[in-house]
Design a binder for this molecule. Structure first.
Ligand code: NAP
Ligand code: G4F
Length: 321
């Protein structure tokens, strides 16, 4: 069972589990216009159930009906800037939503294994470089704060009730299916638009921020591996290599044969009230215990995303012309 199956990670995880022969159920919240474009190619192979992290009864009912072996809680309000606009709702989804999931599992069938999608945003103003499972948290946004609660309530249900509950502390991971509001996809989409004559500039915020960017397809493998161990535990998942937004921009424009300095503008309105300056993860524990290794590096990730946006918009540009 996957909450957030229609999101970036949910779509890759559903593919991975189907390939392994799993029956996959996705939990999707009701919407007047369903947002299932990432899993359109899977719709005949997964079953979808209506449910919402805000609604305890819907979660209890789905868990009771389906009785999954593994529950991946990926649903969240995942865009950091939006968490300053809606801090209470962010907490309802990302903090209490996790408690609702854990409580549904505890009450219906405490034998269900559960994965919680925790985040490197919890490290915020980092206390240690690189960050490990033991590095103290110092979140810098309502999103980061909400994820710290989600992490600790997962640990707490494991320790209080013996649930097999894992918290994956994942560093940024991207793909052609990333939402257009996140910086990697905003850049690769912007590059494609400029290259195809659909735009003449790209506005960005802080170019100095550094992130440890990996490929989402690699990271969902780690989620699955965490639920296949003898004992539940928490793991950092990261590449161990960090790049600045400026380096991301150089790589993406360079891949399309463009000089980024001619097209990129900085807009102070895109700066955050409090920034996370530099994230870099140490995934030694995941390597040692799970045998997990990322396969896709930064340059291949960026070129894959630029190529995908060029292919997607190439048709649109042709139609516009
Ligand atoms: P995403 O693309 O934004 O997907 C989030 C999903 O959650 C969407 O399918 C969304 O459905 C669903 N959702 C939101 N609120 C919900 C609710 N109240 N009830 C049910 N479903 C709800 O995010 P992602 O990048 O795949 O990330 C997956 C998880 O990993 C998130 O928890 C995120 O915070 C965490 N994480 C991500 C990264 C990363 O770099 N991608 C790193 C660390 C942690 P709608 O279509 O209805 O909005
Ligand atoms: O791509 P971002 O919006 O991702 P951010 O804030 O690191 O959060 C993502 O990764 C987290 C894991 O660490 C997840 F938990 C979270 O759900 C999400 O997936 O921004 C990355 C960096 C920031 O420092 C931001 O200030 O890029 C900088 N940036 C510069 N210009 C920009 C922009 N970010 C966005 N979104 N848009 C810009 O124009």
């Amino acid at each position: 069972m996957i909450t957030g199956i229609g999101g970036q990670d949910g779509s890759y995880l559903a593919e991975l589990l189907l390939d392994k022969g799993y029956e996959v159920t996705g939990v999707v919240r009701r919407s007047s216009a369903p947002n299932l474009w990432r899993i359109e190619h899977l719709l005949d192979r997964v079953s979808l159930r209506p449910g919402d992290l805000l609604d305890q009864l819907s979660l209890m009912r789905i868990v009771q009906d389906v009785r999954p072996d593994e529950f991946y809680n990926l649903a969240a309000m995942s865009f950091v800037p939006a968490s300053w606009d809606q801090p209470l709702l962010t907490g309802e989804f990302n903090s209490q939503g996790v408690t609702r999931v854990l409580e549904a599992i505890r009450q219906v069938d405490p034998g269900i294994r559960v994965y919680q999608a925790s985040s490197s945003e919890m490290y915020g103003r980092v206390r240690e470089v690189p960050q490990t499972e033991l590095t103290p948290f110092y979140p810098r946004s309502p999103y980061g704060v909400s994820k710290v609660f989600g992490h600790y309530i997962t640990v707490n249900y494991r320790e209080s009730y013996g649930l097999y509950a894992c918290s994956g502390i994942l560093f940024n991971h991207e793909s052609p299916r990333r939402g257009l509001e996140f910086v990697t996809r905003k850049v690769t989409d912007g590059v494609a638009r400029i290259k195809l004559g659909l735009a003449d500039h790209l506005s960005l915020g802080n170019l100095d921020a550094c992130r440890d960017w990996g490929f989402a397809g690699d990271y969902v493998q780690a989620m699955w591996m965490m639920l296949q161990q003898d004992e539940a535990d928490d793991y950092v998942i990261a590449t161990g290599i960090s790049h600045s937004v400026r380096q991301l921009v150089e790589a993406a424009f360079g891949h399309a044969g463009l000089d980024w300095q001619r097209y990129v503008r900085t807009d102070p309105a895109l700066l955050r009230p409090a920034e996370v300056d530099h994230l870099i993860g140490d995934a030694s524990k995941a390597r040692r215990v799970l045998g997990w290794e990322p396969a896709v590096g930064f340059d291949r990730l960026v070129s894959m995303m630029v190529d995908a946006d060029l292919a997607r918009l190439g048709g649109a540009a042709g139609r516009v012309r």
